[in-house]
Design a protein around this ligand. Structure first.
Ligand code: ADP
Length: 494
């Protein structure tokens, strides 16, 4: 992965993308397309189909028909495994192309995209391919005159709505287990990051996935996403994105067929640093990376630093030093640490949060402003705000940008109260050299994942899911399979 190969790919024109319905790339039913603006420099890269409700219905009908005819669900597990393994290999073989295409679309720094996007997607698909013939049904411990069997069946049609921050990684978290269990799928990429996901779907067909088993419809969430949510032919809806949209999806389900809805929503994850942290400078460096990589556009980002008062000033200075050393730059440069903010509205929203934080008494220690304006793209300096009161907007609301809110604490109990004092519960960390305290904190903080003496990096072997208003259900690990199966009991009188 050298700079020259990246530069060769960055210059290539990008063809217009259509939907993937029934194994074919098709335009919107009314011929409409939407422009894809690159956050790197604000230029228009290409267009994607602006989907209509009819397009979504056609994709769902294709998925339903393929599920009913069993072209995928009824294949022997070994055959399905082979296709998914081939898909993972093709993703690896096209990793650089996919990563560069994705970065041109969403602005993530390429060093991060290369780690977190195609490679991780391929690993996820491989993981579920390997798992699919190890999922057994059960024999229930009944009385001797009956036989109780518990079958694990695919649910049917899965709808997946994907965000723009990590379209391949998060896409694979849904598509991998859904397809492995024999379901047919319709995926709706985000408006501002659909290209690499569409290409990944194309590779699935190249790998031998039967036509119609995986479909992709692009367009506006409020149109095609809503049509998916309201469809009576979608059995399970899986989503990563904002709480506002998550709430809508629950409403769509209630108004249609009461489909199961699994939500992975936002967070305001507490990164809790005690004075007895073994290597404070390393903690400061990881803290900076844990909020500022991908310009803070990471659902598990450690966006609240809770730091023991006795080390507050020194630790904040160290985090600021590391933040300032992270180069905000061209997302396609291998030495860029922080790429672009995904869109102009997102950047404005980040800046508005900083203005509100100031108005509510916070002090901006570093950053707080737009940078690289001359590029035409959307960039923001990593920003640290101290003196953030527990009830302040910046302590309570997810920014989804490179903004760290700092609040001091004096005692462990206070740290727990602060950590648990939001509507969210997605991720968090505790830094300490006291083993008992580490375990106490893991238990006491209400989140889906707690890191100890690190931040981020949990791999595919462990689940990721939120509590509270961070969502329900888990991505990753074997636990994710539960979302994509139905349990059926056979009660047999002997
Ligand atoms: P963000 O604020 O991070 O962009 P969103 O929740 O708006 O998060 O977007 C995540 C995904 O949800 C995107 O694919 C988007 O198109 C989709 N989406 C947005 N609005 C709706 C909606 N009303 N119904 C269904 N999906 C939607």
């Amino acid at each position: 992965m050298d700079q020259a190969s990246i530069d060769a790919l960055r210059a290539a024109p990008v063809a217009a993308f259509g939907h993937w319905i029934n194994g074919a790339s098709v335009p919107a039913s009314d011929g409409q397309a939407m422009e894809v603006q690159s956050p790197i420099d604000g230029t228009v890269l290409t267009t994607v189909a602006r989907g209509t409700r009819a397009d979504m219905d056609a994709a769902i009908a294709a998925a339903r028909a393929t599920f009913e005819d069993g072209r995928w669900a009824s294949q022997a597990p070994a055959a399905r495994k082979k296709v998914l393994m081939r898909w993972a290999d093709l993703i690896d073989a096209h990793a650089l192309e996919l990563a560069v295409l994705g970065v041109r679309d969403n602005g993530t720094e390429i060093s991060m995209a290369l780690k977190a996007e195609p490679g991780s997607a391929a690993n996820t698909i491989r993981y579920y391919a390997e798992a699919l013939d190890k999922v057994y049904g059960e024999v229930a411990p009944t009385a001797g005159d009956v036989l109780g069997l518990i079958h694990k069946e695919p649910v049917g049609v899965v709808g997946a709505i994907i965000p723009w921050n990590f379209p391949l990684m998060i896409g694979a978290w849904k598509l991998g287990p859904a397809l492995a269990m024999g379901n047919s799928v319709v995926v709706k990429p985000a408006e501002t990051a659909s290209l690499s996901l569409l290409r990944m779907v194309e590779l699935a067909y190249e790998a031998g996935l039967p036509p119609g088993v995986l479909n992709a419809v692009t367009g506006e969430g409020a149109i095609v996403g809503e049509a998916m949510g309201l469809s009576i032919d979608v059995d399970v809806l899986v989503f990563t994105g904002s709480g506002t949209t998550g709430r809508r999806l629950l409403d769509y389900a209630a108004r249609s067929n009461m489909k199961r809805v699994y939500l992975e929503l936002g967070g305001k994850s507490p990164n809790i640093v005690f004075a007895d942290t073994p290597d404070l400078d390393n903690a400061a460096k990881v803290t900076a990376a844990g909020i500022f990589r991908n310009a803070g556009q990471v659902c598990v980002a450690g966006s609240r630093l809770l730091v023991e008062a006795s080390i507050h000033d020194d630790f904040v200075s160290a985090v600021a030093r590391h933040a300032e050393a992270m180069r905000v730059g061209d997302p396609l440069s291998l030495d860029t640490a922080i790429g672009a903010v995904n869109s102009a509205p997102q950047l404005q929203q980040n800046l508005d949060f900083v203005a509100t934080a100031r108005a509510e008494g916070g002090q901006v220690v570093t950053g707080g402003k737009q940078v690289r304006k001359e590029t035409g793209g959307f960039y923001m300096a990593p920003t640290i705000v101290t003196g953030v009161a527990p009830g302040a907007t910046l302590a309570q609301r997810e920014v989804f940008g490179p903004v760290l809110a700092v609040t001091p604490f004096d005692a462990e109990g206070e740290a727990v109260r602060l950590a648990n004092g939001t509507i969210y519960g997605l991720a968090g960390a505790v830094w300490t050299s006291n083993l008992s305290r580490a375990h106490r904190m893991v238990r006491a903080v209400r989140t889906g994942v707690m890191h100890v003496n690190t931040y981020g990096g949990a791999d595919g072997t462990v689940p990721l899911g939120g509590v509270g208003q961070s969502g329900n259900g888990s991505d990753k690990s074997l636990h994710a399979l539960e979302k994509y199966i139905n349990l059926k009991t056979a009660w047999i009188k002997l």
